[in-house]
Ligand binder design. Sequence first.
Ligand SMILES: Nc1ncnc2c1ncn2[C@@H]1O[C@H](COP(=O)(O)OP(=O)(O)OP(=O)(O)O)[C@@H](O)[C@H]1O
Ligand SMILES: [Mg+2]
Length: 343
Amino acid sequence: MAIIMKDIKKQYPGTHQPVMEHFNLTIQEGSFTVLLGPSGCGKTTVLRMIAGLEDVTAGSIYIDDKNITNLDPGERNIAMVFQNYAIYPHMTVRGNIEFGLKNYKISKSEIAERVNYVLSMCDLSEYADRKPNQLSGGQRQRVALARAISKSPKAFLMDEPLSNLDAKLRNQMRSEMIQLYNQLGCTFVYVTHDQTEAMTMGTDIVVMYNGKIQQHGSPEDIYNNPANLFVAQFIGNPGMNTLQFSNGGFVGFRPRDARFGESESGLNIKGNVLTCEFLGYDYNITVNTGMGNVVIRTKDRKAVGDQVSIHADQKDLFYFDKNQNRSTEIQTGEVVKVFHVDA
Ligand SMILES: Nc1ncnc2c1ncn2[C@@H]1O[C@H](COP(=O)(O)OP(=O)(O)OP(=O)(O)O)[C@@H](O)[C@H]1O
Ligand SMILES: [Mg+2]
């Protein structure tokens, strides 16, 4: 189902500032939509308002054509999986899933059938009779997922469900989550501040900052066509390098698109190496340019203190105006003495 938020304002009681105002978001039916942004930008608030766990100060929320703004959470046909997957420690895996279904008016045999189905889907059949403390973190996370799936919701809301897992398990769960999404074919709304998660899992990414949507698009769109300076710097590992012109505009380039050396055209800048981090395949090299630090991702090793020239091709440069919005044109006439950019 599609989820539509129209002109939402949210202000928590006892606070002076709304978290968001005039917030509009359409989540397409069947999409895996990721809400991505730094801590405090309002991701959890958005999710909880969709789930009905938090009321809106103004505005409306629709599921398909139905206004659900004032419906109770239980009436919304949505399942939510939280960061601290609340599973009951005294119940077995099977018990935990059954418990979630006890208010559903379905027969005992149907419950058993459904529980067996989600157990096998989540690869938990052999752990059905264990208690949570006899499971690994990833298995516990799968119990929480299985419980959510057993309710056959039309949409899943997930708030950083993998953040408690170690890096290896997170990778594994990420791919399991993608398979689950492909299998279930329903709408997923997934909150994270981890852009690798966002890029690998999302069909749609909503980049948020300060209660505002900065950009809503496919992962490729957001990486290749950042709408503003914030998105450019936030997306990418590491994010885009940006240097400010004296008129307030910016030029940017991706760490992977830069190399050591000089050329007739494009961007050339000099500096000295601050750090050189080995990443396994290549290096992240941070260079102090006198206009701020830039990072280059390259296989070309350098020593700390080396004097280097950095070059990026014209086709790899991005421009932003003084309001930090993407601009297709270079700010003419602006040639800053420490580097030159040929338009
Ligand atoms: N119950 C509350 N009362 C008052 N302020 C709140 C409440 N819950 C959240 N806030 C504030 O609302 C803003 C958005 O919080 P929210 O939890 O939605 O952020 P988030 O993007 O999920 O951050 P994180 O990545 O840290 O989880 C924050 O400034 C937060 O302090
Ligand atoms: Mg949060």
